[in-house]
Design a protein around this ligand. Structure first.
Ligand code: 39S
Ligand code: MET
Ligand code: ZN
Length: 768
């Protein structure tokens, strides 16, 4: 080992939205003009300071900085290296507003595309690069935050997205030559990283962390060679801080050896998602002179760490690495701040959970146990063991009736009649026109609705008044849809805080948190529920609302549910059984609801599965096993009903390429799918994959406040009709409307219906 000081116990990153979502509030205040820029930065500074104080106070040896972000850390990286698109920089806004324009759009300039950060529910902004992109150290955020921390007395370790992950997450800007690959920019990008590293070194920075999670996914030989070139080059720099490269979210494959042999000083490995890294590193000689951060405390789930398992993983590496330190498996960005805020949780369950603050304690404890010996912290280890033992022994988490139902499942429980027969029966029952129009479920969540829900939750209004208010809203939304002329109506989802949390609050086996906010993108957060035991549905969850909506109209009202994979993807799930088994339990609960909706006279039921792509394993070798259980769980939730009951599903967040066969296999009668931004390209892919059922390509992008005009929607429809026959095609927006306002939604839906009628007329089937 070099004489460099060690990193020691640390975490790879920390939540940044604020324990009380302070950043969310100040951002939204700034965007709306209520808050000035100085206050925005003051709040941000306060949050950074609190975080450093917290991390130092917990007793970590090394504290990360530059883990704060005003919106997204990938966008920060693009801004840092001067790689924002010209359409945004040429607006000539302040640095702050240019950054937000890239994130959210401004003056007609489109924002960067947003997509999932690996298999998490966090979304990053996709940098746009081209052959003309140049990189310079245009910003100073890592340096500024380092100085800010030092002024407060904290020596920190700036964290950056690694050069390879940055390029691999970027896309070719529109209009650049077909053969352009962002990796072609590696050499100039490395120059810029080298410049930055030199500056940080001159400032006195001891360690820099470079995150390379992109190598937990399948990579080509060319990409692996680029990884090798990259860290040879950065490692060889004469004037630089210590380099820590962090790979997380799965098995790094041959990238692990490449990094082990490279001249970097330290590696962080994720031993939660990939325990095999312990043995794989042992085979790498290069590790003997490196510090290895053993990521044994889960950065993505919320269960207390099993200290014995964690310690044995870390201890096994003692013989391999120059030095072993304890860390989290990934950044803690994906977990809430503090479980102590959850006073509404049962004490026993709260005791089993560790949020970010509790995880700091676990890292420090394990670090001491590893280096000072277990007897130095014997009492604390015993306490940690007792909690894990208590959870493992809790027999009441298993529900015999659920287990018996699962044991009795047979293949016929996941099968419906043939699609052709179903289509006939459904048409006879629903009598829809060609190109039927519908929406994806939610209508705008107005301030009024949110306040009513909040008042009910806080007990300021009773259930009678609450139900009255929701019914009034449902009636308003039904009348509006009738006036607009939509064919299949929805109740609008006013009673739902979130499409997963709403169901979790009503299912046994789940607990909802009050303050467990996790950043989803920008200022938007979610509160993932905790799935801790066997899942079952004590009583109907949506039937009353759907039945009420249907009672108001002769048009079919579409019932609205969330499918099993999405419920799992957006919850913290139990880690004591296979995800496939948990999915089956959730599927049975949804199945019960589907059956009750059908019995209540609901003839169309949509079961949303937008996260089907999200849980797809990063490694293609694991895809088949995933699809098997994911598809089965959807089919289990949606079968055993009449042929005449029409099942819809909905998927959004693009990149459907990998899941096309699964979209067919789930056997929904109608699939609505995000398509507007890709100009309907997904339809050709679906056709090529042999998709033969109903499809509703989103004809306009709900993520933008722009109202699509009739010509535009008609054109999208005509384009879609080249790929899908008219008798299987539906007309709908891209996604739900809950984040939009009525000022846009009403004209947009009117135009959508007018366009559907126009295209019907062109085809000579206008007769209604
Ligand atoms: N779980 C989940 N994951 C998902 C999605 C999703 O819909 N759900 N969609 C994608 C991501 N898109 C998203 C889109 C919007 C929001 C979003 O708007 N979130 C809201 C919170 C939504 C919520 O749970 N709202 C609750 C609680 C709202 C709240 O903050 N209430 C106040 C008080 C009420 C008030 O006076 O407003 C408080 O608790 O302080 C409700 O409406 O009931 C926000 O950040 O603002 C999140 C993700 C992918 N992942
Ligand atoms: C993220 S997909 C949203 C589907 C849901 N039914 C809605 O309209 O909001
Ligand atoms: Zn959607």
């Amino acid at each position: 080992m070099s004489e460099r000081t060690r990193i020691g116990t640390t975490v790879l990153g920390y939540p940044r939205i604020g324990p009380d979502r302070e950043l969310k509030r100040v951002l939204e205040g700034y965007w709306s003009g209520r808050v000035d820029e100085a206050e925005l930065h003051r709040t941000a500074r306060g949050l950074r300071q609190d975080t450093w104080r917290e991390l130092a106070g917990a007793g970590l040896d090394s504290i990360p900085s530059n883990t704060f972000s005003y919106y997204d850390h990938v966008l920060d990286t693009a801004a840092l290296f001067g790689a924002l698109p010209r359409r945004v920089t040429e607006l000539d806004l302040s640095t702050t507003d240019t950054y937000f324009a890239a994130a959210r759009g401004a003056q007609g300039a489109q924002p960067l595309e947003m997509t999932k950060w690996f298999d998490t529910n966090y979304h990053y902004l996709v940098p746009e690069l081209g052959p003309d992109t140049t990189f310079t150290v245009a910003g100073s955020k890592p340096l500024d935050e380092y100085r800010e921390a030092r002024a407060l007395g904290y020596e920190t370790r700036p964290v950056l997205v690694g050069p390879l992950t940055f390029l691999l997450l970027s896309k070719a800007a529109e209009g650049v030559p077909q053969d352009f690959d962002p990796l072609q920019l590696l050499e100039p990008l490395l120059q810029a990283y080298a410049d930055l590293l030199r500056t940080l070194h001159d400032e006195g920075v001891q360690w820099v962390q470079l995150d390379e999670p992109a190598f937990a996914a399948d990579r080509t030989q060319g990409e692996l060679d680029a990884l090798s070139r990259c860290y040879e080059a950065l490692g060889e720099l004469a004037e630089r801080p210590g380099l820590l490269v962090a790979g997380y979210f799965g098995n790094l494959g041959s990238a692990l050896g490449i990094l082990a042999r490279s001249p970097v000083d330290a590696l962080a490995v994720d031993l939660v998602s990939d325990p095999s890294a312990v043995d794989n590193l042992a085979a790498e000689k290069g590790v003997q002179d490196k510090e290895v951060l053993a990521g044994v405390v889960d950065g993505r789930n919320i269960w207390r760490t099993d200290v014995d398992t964690a310690l044995s993983k870390a201890a096994t590496m003692l013989g391999t690495a120059g030095h072993v330190s304890v860390s989290t498996s990934s950044s803690l960005l994906h977990v809430p701040y503090d479980v102590e805020f959850e006073t509404g949780l049962e004490d026993r369950l709260r005791g089993w959970l560790a949020f970010a603050r509790q995880k700091l304690g676990e890292v420090v404890l394990l670090g001491r146990a590893l280096h000072e010996g277990t007897s130095a912290v014997g009492e604390q280890l015993d306490a940690a063991r007792a909690v894990v033992r208590e959870r493992a022994a809790a027999t009441d988490l298993r529900e015999p009736s659920v287990r018996a139902r699962l044991d009795a499942l047979r293949p016929e429980h996941t099968r419906r009649g043939s699609y052709a027969e179903r289509a006939k029966a459904q048409q006879a029952s629903l009598r829809l026109p060609e190109l039927p129009s519908t929406t994806i479920g939610s209508f705008p969540q107005t301030g009024d609705i949110r306040r009513t829900r909040a008042a009910y939750r806080a007990g300021r209004i009773g259930s009678g008044e609450y139900r009255q208010a929701m019914r009034a809203e449902i009636e308003r939304v039904i009348r509006l849809q009738e006036a607009i002329g939509l064919d299949v109506l929805v109740h609008g989802e006013p009673e739902r805080n979130d499409m997963v949390q709403y169901f979790a609050e009503q299912l046994d086996g789940f607990a909802a948190t009050e303050h467990g906010w996790v950043q989803s993108y920008g200022s938007r957060c979610v509160r993932p529920p905790v799935l801790y035991g066997d899942v079952s549905r004590p009583r109907p969850m949506t039937v009353e609302w759907a039945g009420f909506a249907q009672s108001l109209t002769d048009k079919p009202v579409k019932g609205m549910l969330t499918a099993p994979v999405t419920i799992l993807a957006w919850s913290f799930v139990r880690d004591d059984q296979l995800l496939a088994d948990t999915a089956r339990q959730v599927a049975l609960a949804i199945r019960d609801e589907v059956h009750d909706l059908e019995s209540a006279g609901i003839r169309v039921i949509q079961v949303d599965e937008p996260a089907l792509r999200e849980l797809l394993p990063l490694r293609s070798s694991e895809h088949k096993a995933y699809f098997d259980w994911a598809v089965e769980s959807f089919r289990l939730a949606t079968s055993g009903i009449s042929d005449a009951t029409q099942i819809h599903t909905h998927m959004c967040y693009s990149e459907f390429g990998d899941i096309l066969p699964a979209i067919e296999a789930i056997d929904a009668d109608v699939t609505s799918i995000e398509a507007a931004r890709s100009r309907m390209e997904v339809l050709d892919d679906l056709g090529a994959a042999g998709f033969t059922r109903g499809v509703g390509p989103g004809v306009y992008d709900i993520h933008s406040p722009q109202v699509p005009d009739v010509d535009e929607v008609s054109e999208q429809l005509r384009r879609a009709l080249r790929a899908v026959p008219a008798d299987r095609m539906w007309v709908n927006p891209d996604c739900g409307l809950k984040t939009r306002g009525y000022a846009e939604v009403e004209p947009a839906l009117r135009n959508l219906v007018t366009a559907a009628r126009r295209v019907r007329a062109e085809r000579g089937t206008a007769g209604e």
